[in-house]
Design a protein around this ligand. Sequence first.
Ligand code: URA
Length: 177
Amino acid sequence: MNTEAATCRRCELGETRRSVVFGEGPPQAKLMLVGEAPGEKEDESGKPFAGQAGRILDKILEENGISREDIYITSVIKCRPPKNRMPKKAEVTACLPFLEKQIESIKPKIIVCLGSLAAKTIIDPKLKITEMRGKWVEKNGMKMMPTYHPASVFHDQEKMEAIREDFRKVKEVMELP
Ligand code: URA
């Protein structure tokens, strides 16, 4: 864990969090997944995607033969917002240097943005997830793809098929030399 993040007080979430959920995965991962923010289970365990959304994500990864141990998983903000409210703009801004450093040091070949916040933060603030999901964007020498957040499947089962389809494309690109 990044030592600066461990004691971070750059925003008010530092007062209510239990854990800083920095991210996990090998430092040389080819694929990086970026979610939105830790929820209750992540705050409790310190691990990203440790709750219900994580189970959906694990299922999709498994279906595509992608092992969690081989990929790096994190979120845009590293601390749980109270009652899982949306992260505030100021929180995203305060936390962004951590994500930028993660991307810079891992230099993944592929970044999958899980949900609108990650896609807007990493790819383009004007991006519309409904228009851009499943499409590749080349940026800073990396291939980036927005897809729906796994938690969106709880409200709309059809999103599961969309996320599945997107990860099939991700797997294909991972296998290219
Ligand atoms: N949702 C996220 O975006 N990130 C997590 O780590 C867990 C749930």
